[in-house]
Design a protein around this ligand. Structure first.
Ligand SMILES: [Zn+2]
Length: 421
């Protein structure tokens, strides 16, 4: 049976790529109100495809952009699988950086380039193609429920309510979230952990207006100098974060994980070359993969102060600010980390300037980080780990599918993914 399905998929390749291209031409940018109708069109397009495959699909309203839900004919005794994906995309700007227009999918060197191609329309479409192939070969051998939402890129604020309101419809034994990536071509990966995020903004103000550096320089505090000193104090020589207690609760990597990750075909020279870099830099004693998948970090995401126009302007700026975020790993508590960061900055800040630290993406009443924000599309919350590679059910399965001939790689991705609970 599986061989017939795989044959079907291979035989249908051309039509399948054409379908993906069609999906990618719909500019379903969820953050921009002017694309509201495009999101509806995209949801309807997906529902039509699912209905044409013999599933029962509907476009359901939410408090925001609609969600597509669908089911095959459920049969008693079969496991129920819930598939999650999203059809909305990030804004494509800056447009001048695109080699070809973001909503005109183009194939170059065997890869398709368009906004949403790898997040998440490509993944959704791959699953839809698998469903179509099964449907033409006797039907999908499980009870399948699909939930494809249109607000992932803006925080999925309506998803929790939608899931609660449709609890019975969405009930499942297993949920498959396909909004992640495979390690490399031919190397499937199962994501079993995710890093979280704390996002803060630090403001420093001195004199009530910008002053002349010839008249005042040396006699009054310079907020930009002070901010740079504070930010420069966040890492030591080994690139470890110097916020006291930062690593206290970090779940260490097991030797088995380190060994497994070390075997991945990671080419550091190529990794650096792709970014036009010539040397790596990161936390001492960890590999690049370990640093980006399983170690917490602290990064300045933006700095603003003083004159930034053409030429020179000799001023002592009156204010300086920086956006600073921390990627968290399993066991780290975002509130505790935010508090430790704030305490460290306050203690290190000299007298003579006003310091304010705001937690971004937090509930205004509790200070508890929200998991996502409409304003920025960035998430805030703890890192999570679900299974370790050795206990993952996939590993216990009897190998009987083509995919099992390739050892799946288990990985942490570098991004944030909201989870429906
Ligand atoms: Zn996504």
């Amino acid at each position: 049976m599986i061989q017939d399905v795989l044959k079907q998929i291979d035989a249908n390749r051309e039509a399948s790529v054409a379908g993906l291209k069609e999906l990618l031409t719909i500019p379903s940018v969820s953050t921009k109100p002017e694309h509201k109708d495009d999101l509806r069109r995209c949801a309807a397009w997906i529902a039509d495809k699912l209905n044409a495959m013999g599933l029962t699909a509907q476009v359901k309203p939410t408090g925001g952009h609609p969600a597509v839900v669908a089911k095959n004919q459920h049969k008693p005794g079969l496991p129920t699988i819930l598939f999650y994906g999203h059809y909305d995309v990030q804004p494509p700007e800056p447009l001048e950086k695109w080699l070809t227009p973001p909503f005109e999918p183009t194939i170059r060197n065997g890869a398709i380039y368009a906004r949403g191609a790898v997040d998440d329309k490509g993944q959704v479409w791959a699953h839809l193609q698998a469903i179509a192939a099964w449907q033409r070969n006797g039907g999908i051998p499980v009870n399948l429920t699909l939930l494809i939402e249109g607000e992932e890129e803006i925080g999925s604020d309506n998803l929790e309510k939608f899931v609660r309101d449709n609890r019975d419809y969405l009930k499942a034994d297993v949920a498959v979230i396909s909004d992640t990536n495979q390690y490399a071509r031919g190397l499937p990966a199962i994501t079993y952990g995710l890093r979280g995020l704390v996002y803060t903004e630090v403001f420093i103000s001195g004199a009530d207006h910008d002053t002349h550096s010839g008249l005042y320089g040396g006699a009054i505090p310079n907020p930009a100098n002070i901010l740079c000193t504070l930010l420069g104090s966040l890492h030591d020589q080994d690139q470890k974060v110097t916020v006291p207690g930062f690593y206290d609760d970090v779940l260490p990597l097991s030797q088995a994980e380190r060994d497994a990750w070390a075997k991945l075909p990671f080419d550091e020279a190529q990794f650096l070359h792709d970014l036009k870099l010539n040397a790596p830099l990161g936390e001492k004693s960890y590999s690049a993969i370990e640093r980006s998948w399983a170690r917490p970090t602290c990064d300045i995401n933006g700095i603003t102060s003083g004159y930034q126009g053409h030429g020179a302007k000799t001023i002592i700026p009156s204010t300086a600010s920086a956006k600073v975020s921390m990627r968290l790993v399993p066991n780290q508590d975002p509130i505790k980390i935010a508090e430790s960061f704030e305490k460290a900055i306050k203690e290190r800040c000299p007298k003579g300037v006003r310091l304010e630290i705001q937690r971004q993406l937090c509930s205004p009443r509790t200070g508890v980080p929200r998991r996502q924000s409409h304003a920025t599309g960035h998430g805030s919350g703890p890192g999570r780990i679900w299974q370790n590679p050795d206990s993952h059910p996939q590993r216990r399965q009897h190998p009987r599918r083509r995919i099992d001939q390739i050892q799946p790689r288990y990985r942490y991705p570098a991004g944030w993914l909201r989870t429906a609970r």
